[in-house]
Design a protein around this ligand. Structure first.
Ligand SMILES: C[S@@+](CC[C@H](N)C(=O)[O-])C[C@H]1O[C@@H](n2cnc3c(N)ncnc32)[C@H](O)[C@@H]1O
Length: 226
């Protein structure tokens, strides 16, 4: 649900992007004809924070599904240690090219690589290339109707203690409380939210910001109940 306008304005000024590379992104992306569907700065800050928490005492390996122009990628990459690496998956060449340029401007080109592929092709390939239980954080923001498959195929990649984050857990041009069957995206998110909320192998929360951010952390063996 949208916040009231004064509260939104307060948050927008409190949590504004910290520097020009991020602050100038919306205008440059608009000028290049990219759709205005990147995460908001307050979600960007959450991504940075979660990337930091997921990579404490680790070299740092993260995956993103749905790069667009590299805006969320630059928040995640800033939360990684200097040794860290983000692989972001994007099949649209125009988006991927813009993202590479944006990441160069932001000084993050050495920390982020773009995998030009669809998410459903990339996940099995990444599992083969990186190995199971290798990834600290998986952020999904591509095709909403495919989210349950992103969890199914992405889960083997996550290390115990790793984080799975899903944008639009509450909605975008649909809403989670719309009737079942009204949209494939709504139904997919309703299924994923319910599956993760009742899965004893993860600790799950849903941050009810503008469009909802689902957060699930894979339990370690010591945390998993017998
Ligand atoms: C919502 S945008 C991503 C926004 C980005 N995460 C951000 O916040 O800056 C979704 C992106 O997914 C890409 N996409 C479309 N089909 C895809 C697929 N099958 N697999 C992966 N990405 C896809 C689109 O081209 C688009 O760039």
């Amino acid at each position: 649900m949208p916040l009231d306008p004064p509260t939104s304005d307060y948050l927008a000024s409190l949590l504004a992007p910290p520097d020009d590379a991020l602050a100038s992104y919306p205008a440059r992306a608009r000028a290049a004809g990219l759709p205005d569907i990147a995460v908001s700065p307050d979600v960007g800050r959450l991504l940075l924070l979660f990337a930091r928490l997921a990579t404490i005492n680790r070299p740092g390996l993260a995956i993103e599904l749905g790069t667009l122009g590299g805006y969320s990628a630059s928040w995640i990459a800033r939360g990684l240690p200097t040794s860290g690496r983000l692989i972001s998956v994007e099949p649209n060449p125009r988006h991927a090219d813009f993202a590479l340029d944006h990441l160069r401007r932001a000084g993050l080109a050495d920390r982020v690589s773009i995998l030009r592929s669809t998410a459903l092709d990339a996940l099995p390939q990444l599992l083969r290339d990186l190995g199971p239980s290798s990834v600290d954080l998986l952020f999904v923001d591509a095709i909403k109707a495919e989210y349950p498959d992103y969890w199914r195929l992405g889960r083997p990649l996550l290390r115990p203690g790793g984080l799975f984050l899903a944008d639009n857990a509450l909605g975008s041009d649909w809403w989670i409380t719309d009737p079942p069957g009204s949209s494939a995206s709504r139904d997919a998110l309703a299924r994923l939210n319910a599956d993760l909320a009742s899965d004893p192998s993860v600790d799950t929360a849903l941050i009810a910001n503008r469009q909802g951010l689902l957060v699930a952390r894979l339990k370690t063996p010591a945390e998993t109940p017998p």
